[in-house]
Structures are given as structure tokens and as C-alpha cells.
Design a protein around this ligand. Structure first.
Ligand code: PGA
Length: 261
């Protein structure tokens, strides 16, 4: 058994921002870094691709079919044309505002994997669920349903990211206690290892990252936990200085693993 170290992963989720091409160009140029994945809005994918030399590109959503009569949707196959490597799936804002269900998310996860995109599956509980003591139950149920179509396809699952994003911490400035986030991360790895043993056993194949009001002041408190293997950053990723600081801090941490590779 080897002790292997790998980098923490920082993912910028720009959501539906910024507004103009000028702002997109300026921000992308400033924050370009080999340890950063940038997920811009879909219409700006090719613009960001042209501006970056080091960062990797991610999308914020895909549809589950590759092509056809699905007005307004964009497929995994299409975004691959832009050199996209990652895709966020099941973000709580999509679950809430677009009515995305776990069944839809499961199909999107399958589409991503079949198209060799690395899914960033977002899971997390509401404040009511947490207060009622049901955070673990909610997360388990989300993972079970969202992964239901890939569980039998072990060979398909080469790389997978789960973002633990407690809904009450997203965009609120109220971040989850790092120790508590680390506990939930352990729980998530345990749950997934029951579903897809080979995936969860390899830390390079499954990464669990934290999201929810991450900024340059608190990122170090999260990344010092080995279980927290990176961060999904929303609001702070739109401020060049902030995200650059976050990436810089992330470089001084690593994930060490005694697991088999
Ligand atoms: P936030 O968003 O950093 O603005 O809280 C995180 C996310 O929703 O991915």
C-alpha cells in the first residue's frame, strides 16, 4: 500500500455571471491557473477557452440526451466540442428553481460518464432537514438515487467528484463548520463505497469537495482536513483577487492517501 499525495481541487462556479463578454475575458485572464477549473455560463465557454492557457474548463449543466428535439437544452456531446472536461450536475439551485429531480440527475450523470466528462455531483441538506437531524438520511438518499444508473457500470466510473454543499451555506455567508464538513465527507465516501467499491477505494477516482460560502479567509480551515479534497466556489470565484488567493492557499495543501491506487 502506497502513501500517495495529490492536489486539492478548486472549482469556480460562476453561476449566471458575469454579464458581459468584456468582464468574462478580463476575469478568465486574471484567474487562469493550472490548479483551477472554471465553470462559466454555457454561452461563454468558448470565450473562456480562448482566454485560458492553464485552467481546465467545466460546464454548469447538461441535458441527458445527446441530440434531438429538446428545445433549449445542451448536450454533453456538444459541450465536449469546447474542450470541457468537467460538468456540475444536480446543483441545489437547479433542483430548486428548475425542478430537477434525482431521476433527472441520474440520467445526466450517466450521460456525462458515457461522454467521458467528469461529473461534479452536488448533494446537501436544507436547514430544516439538518435541524430535524436528517442530514445524513437526505445525503444518502440523494447519492443512492443520483448514482442509480451508473452503479452497475463500474468500468464507466473512472473519475467522479461529489460536492457536499449544505443548502443553508450556499451564498449565505454562513459556512459549515470545517470539522462537521469533514465528518459528512467521510460519510459520503462510506456511502459510495457501499455502492461502487472500486470508485470509492481510489482517492484519485473519487474526490469529495466542499461548497458553501468558501472564501480566502476560511478555505485553509477546510483544506487542512484530509477528507476535504477541494472546494466548489461560487460568489468568491467572481472576484479575481479572492479566487487567486484561494487557489494559492490550496497549493500549500494536499490530499494524502493510504488507499490502493
Ligand atoms: P457560494 O456558492 O460559494 O456562493 O456559497 C457555492 C456553490 O453554490 O457552488
Amino acid at each position: 500500500m502506497l502513501n500517495v499525495k495529490c492536489k486539492k481541487l478548486i472549482i469556480a462556479n460562476w453561476k449566471m455571471n458575469p454579464l458581459t463578454v468584456k468582464e468574462v475575458v478580463s476575469l478568465a485572464k486574471k484567474i487562469d491557473d493550472k490548479d483551477l477549473v472554471i465553470c462559466p455560463p454555457l454561452p461563454f465557454l468558448s470565450i473562456v477557452k480562448n482566454e485560458i492557457e492553464k485552467s481546465e474548463l467545466g460546464a454548469q449543466n447538461i441535458f441527458w440526451e445527446n441530440k434531438g428535439a429538446y428545445t433549449g437544452e445542451v448536450s454533453a456531446r456538444m459541450i465536449k466540442e469546447f474542450g470541457v472536461k468537467y460538468v456540475i450536475i444536480g446543483h441545489s439551485e437547479r433542483r430548486k428553481y428548475l425542478g430537477e429531480t434525482d431521476e433527472m440527475i441520474a440520467k445526466k450523470i450517466r450521460a456525462a460518464i458515457e461522454n467521458k466528462l467528469i461529473p461534479i455531483l452536488c448533494v446537501g441538506e436544507t436547514i430544516e432537514q439538518r435541524k430535524g437531524g436528517g442530514a445524513e438520511k437526505v445525503i444518502k438518499s440523494q447519492l443512492q438515487r443520483d448514482l442509480s444508473l451508473v452503479i452497475g457500470h463500474r468500468s464507466l466510473v473512472k473519475q467522479f467528484i461529489v460536492a457536499y454543499e449544505p443548502i443553508w451555506a450556499i451564498g449565505t455567508g454562513i459556512s459549515c463548520e470545517p470539522k462537521e464538513a469533514a465528518r459528512i465527507h467521510r460519510l459520503i465516501r462510506g456511502i459510495i463505497s457501499n455502492f461502487v467499491r472500486q470508485l470509492a477505494d481510489r482517492i484519485s477516482n473519487l474526490r469529495i469537495i466542499y461548497g458553501g460560502s468558501v472564501d480566502s479567509k476560511n478555505i485553509g480551515n477546510y483544506l487542512k482536513y484530509n477528507e476535504i479534497e477541494g472546494a466548489l466556489v461560487g460568489g468568491a470565484s467572481l472576484r479575481a483577487d479572492e479566487i487567486k488567493k484561494i487557489v494559492k492557499i490550496s497549493k500549500s495543501h494536499s490530499v494524502s492517501s493510504n488507499l490502493t491506487r
